[in-house]
Design a protein around this ligand. Structure first.
Ligand code: FAD
Length: 269
């Protein structure tokens, strides 16, 4: 299931939504284009991927207004980059490396993680950057970036009076993993922000489930459709919102005397 990528949502004349997806997406030799019809669909993908990778057809302006599509299209997404490596357990056994180092160098932040003894290695996040600091690293290939980070950390640690040793001999440089959110085909960004002057456009995305989902069958949830992005809490809130509205549409029985009259409205002006 985690290797199936949705590439189309088509509103059908009987009201259902046809979901088109690539089964075994990452293995071209086994990949199949499949479709399935659903009464309701909850859309949770990063918003720039909706525009670039997913076809939406058959939703007229009454059930999916252009203003809603514009609001997710015009969102701003930040980037981030992380450089991970396995770290030989002997390094943390012998050296008082803090769990987090905040530096003024291009590696920015460094995190060390101590696994329990059943794991052969510990882990080090050699570099954790956001936004412009991550963009600065875009130029370097994974190999170059890994080498630069290790060299830089050696330079810093050799000058630390309480450490004074190089970390490079303890890093498994053959198994470095680099995660760059802006070029990750399943993300295209790490945190959604709204541009100046577009706060209410973003709020209109949160209103969508209540106002129009019963007509479209399409529910919006997750980071892409919240205003306080970069944290899981607003994603959870929109997920609960989608469920509440879906339950209401399908005449579910709410506990504790709750009904939608108790549920606050998002205000767009
Ligand atoms: C570097 C970083 C650090 C963070 N730190 C924190 C933190 O400390 N605390 C905190 O609360 N939050 C943190 N966050 C934010 C938090 O991770 C997000 O807000 C949250 O994961 C968003 O959840 P989501 O379900 O909306 O989207 P995601 O978790 O992005 O899920 C979207 C899913 O859609 C999938 N997908 C993409 N395209 C398709 C497709 N075509 N078909 C099917 N599936 C698709 C993706 O693979 C992905 O699994 C951090 C985020 C990042 C990037």
């Amino acid at each position: 299931m985690t290797d199936s990528s949705v590439c189309g949502l088509y509103k059908q004349t009987d009201g259902s939504i046809r979901v088109e997806y690539r089964w075994h997406h990452s293995r071209p030799e086994r990949m199949q284009l499949l479709v399935e019809d659903f009464d309701s669909v909850i859309l949770t993908t990063p918003s720039w991927l909706i525009e670039t990778n997913i076809r939406l057809e058959g939703f007229n302006d009454e059930v999916l207004p252009q203003s809603v599509i514009d609001a997710w299209k015009h969102a701003h997404w930040e980037t981030s980059c992380k450089v991970y490596a396995p770290l030989c357990k002997r390094f943390l056994d012998r050296n008082p490396l803090p769990q987090i180092l905040v530096t003024d160098s291009f590696v920015h932040d460094v995190y060390a993680y101590r696994y329990n003894d059943s794991y052969p290695d510990d882990c080090i996040l050699l570099s954790y950057t956001w936004e412009d600091d991550a963009t600065k690293l875009a130029l370097f290939s994974d190999g170059e970036l890994a080498e630069k980070c290790i060299k830089e950390l050696d330079r810093i640690l050799l000058r630390c009076s309480n450490i004074g040793v190089a970390i490079s001999p303890y890093i498994d440089a053959r198994n470095i993993r680099i995660q760059r959110w802006m070029t990750d085909r399943n993300a295209l960004g790490c945190a959604k922000l709204y541009r100046a002057g577009t706060y209410y456009d973003a709020v209109s995305l949160m209103k969508y489930n209540r106002d129009l989902s019963s007509a479209s069958g399409l529910y919006l949830a997750g980071e892409s459709f919240s205003v306080d992005a970069g944290w899981t809490e607003p994603c959870l809130r929109t997920a609960i919102d989608a469920v509440i509205n879906l339950c209401s549409r399908t005449s579910a029985h709410f506990h504790g005397g709750f009904d939608l009259a108790h549920y606050p409205h998002y205000q767009v002006r």
